[in-house]
Design a protein around this ligand. Structure first.
Ligand code: AR6
Length: 217
């Protein structure tokens, strides 16, 4: 009976946290959120992909501002104003530098499946750090809603399933530890294609099978 009750409240807590997480398909610059995350490079001076889209939409003042920042090491994040994006309601851009996936096709550790190997590479730790840094910046800057692109999964070549598990696992953990009165209240995973969104939805649906009792970071 007690077990049933504690399972039930655990499930309620999980559902409460899940209700604060959304997966959408969109150009991230079009979202009405307090902060968007940019998957930048260490120069912070722009590039292709989502970085290029954000610089184009935020305007030339973003580049001028970023020239004063002295770059950003991989795994860390820096906040800037949203400049021209402010007219759409976005107040902050958190520029974070995801890792370049360099493990390629080398076998990792033994025959363990993908879930068990999560957290075993430097890339996993750095990618996790990007999410945690941006969540902390959201809290510091009073953001109710923050949207993340799928950091490192474009030009930087991170396996999409693995990146989604790291993204969701850390956001879920952060929101679980910071109650519903804390900021950010909502987190959006902003995908650029329906196929990418499906990876996130599957990751979330299956989270009991890969997140619990694994050696994830
Ligand atoms: N809105 C949302 N997601 C987007 C958008 C957009 N407008 N555009 C692309 N994506 P990438 P990375 C998705 O390559 O792998 C840049 O040149 C895209 O489909 O933008 O972290 C930087 O300057 C993918 O799922 O970032 C760096 O040099 C995800 O965003 C390097 O690329 C990330 O793809 C960073 O590589």
């Amino acid at each position: 009976m007690n077990d049933q009750r504690s399972n039930c409240s655990q499930e309620d807590r999980k559902q409460e946290v899940l209700s604060r997480i959304d997966v959408v398909v969109s150009d991230i610059t079009k979202l009405k959120v307090d902060a968007i995350v940019n998957a930048a490079n260490e120069s912070l001076l722009g590039g292709g992909g989502v970085d290029g889209a954000i610089h184009r939409a935020a305007g030339a003042r973003l580049l001028e501002h970023n020239k004063t920042l002295g770059g950003c090491p991989t795994g860390l994040a820096k906040a800037t104003p949203a400049f021209d994006l402010e007219s759409g309601g976005i107040k902050h851009i958190f520029h974070t530098v995801g890792p370049i996936w360099q493990v390629k096709d080398q076998p990792l550790w033994g025959e363990a499946d993908e879930g068990e190997k999560l957290g075993y590479t430097l890339e996993d730790t750095l990618l996790a750090s990007c999410y945690m840094q941006c969540l902390s910046l959201a809290e510091k800057h009073g953001c109710e809603v923050i949207a993340f692109p799928s950091i490192s999964t474009g030009v930087y070549g991170y396996p999409k399933d693995r990146a989604a598990k790291i993204a969701f696992g850390h956001v879920f953990g952060y929101l679980s530890q910071h109650g519903k009165e804390s900021l950010p209240r909502r987190v959006i995973f902003c995908c650029f294609s329906e196929a990418d969104a499906e990876v996130y939805r599957r990751t979330i649906e299956d989270c009991d099978t890969w997140m619990i009792g694994r050696g994830r970071i």
